[in-house]
Ligand binder design. Structure first.
Ligand code: ZN
Length: 211
């Protein structure tokens, strides 16, 4: 163990999509892990409403946290469709905490669900990279391979199936979809008034940072 140890039960580390937040100690279900914080934006102020980035976390119809500040370590937490934590929003106090919904073991990545709105707008077009979705895709690929090999003759066909990677296709879509839709989508995301809103955050930016 390092001499300078923090009492925080997490650290920033490499994840599949760039960087992520990982448990360094056992975290009990129900524990508040970290606060998601940053300047408070008031959508009634033109200046605030004009701010766009991937780390906006809508608290209610009026207030949004700009989580893009460096000190907001919670911005490193990635989305998962089967998460081990959740975002706990207090609209009255205008605070957001990330809370464990399962016991989390040291080394495990901490995730929460960014919400359906965020998923539809940012993750679905590029393909969600969370463990649960990766497993689903792997299973589908295996089933597709099995179906092909069972109906056709071996060697040649199998090779072809391998070359046609569905993942590559999904990736090539990323650039056009995200660049075209970033500004208007983020804005609509903020204004939509989602109850358990999600921070506007996506992997492309984090990947760039990590590189
Ligand atoms: Zn997923």
């Amino acid at each position: 163990m390092p001499a300078i140890s923090s009492d925080k039960p997490y650290r920033i580390g490499r994840s599949k999509t760039g960087l992520g937040l990982f448990a360094t100690k056992p975290i009990k279900k129900g524990t508040k892990i970290i606060r998601y914080f940053g300047p408070m934006l008031d959508c009634r102020k033109e200046k605030d409403d004009a701010i766009e980035n991937k780390y906006l976390f809508q608290i209610n119809g009026r207030w949004t946290i700009d989580g893009s500040v460096r000190k907001n370590i919670a911005r490193y937490i990635n989305h998962s469709c089967r998460p081990n934590a959740e975002s706990d929003v207090s609209a009255r106090k205008r605070t957001v905490h990330i809370r464990a919904i399962k016991n989390i073991a040291p080394g495990e990545e901490i995730n929460y669900d960014y919400g359906t709105e965020y998923f539809k707008e940012y993750l679905k077009p590029i393909g969600c990279k969370c463990d649960s979705c990766e497993r689903k895709r792997a299973k589908q690929r295996a089933e597709a391979r099995a179906a092909k090999t069972s109906t056709a003759k071996p060697a040649a066909k199998v090779k072809k199936a391998k070359a046609a990677k569905p993942a590559a296709k999904a990736k090539s879509k990323v650039a056009s979809v995200s660049s075209k839709s970033r500004a208007p989508k983020a804005a609509s995301n903020r204004r939509a008034g989602a109850k358990s809103a999600a921070p506007a955050k996506a992997s492309p930016k984090k990947r760039a940072r990590a590189a």
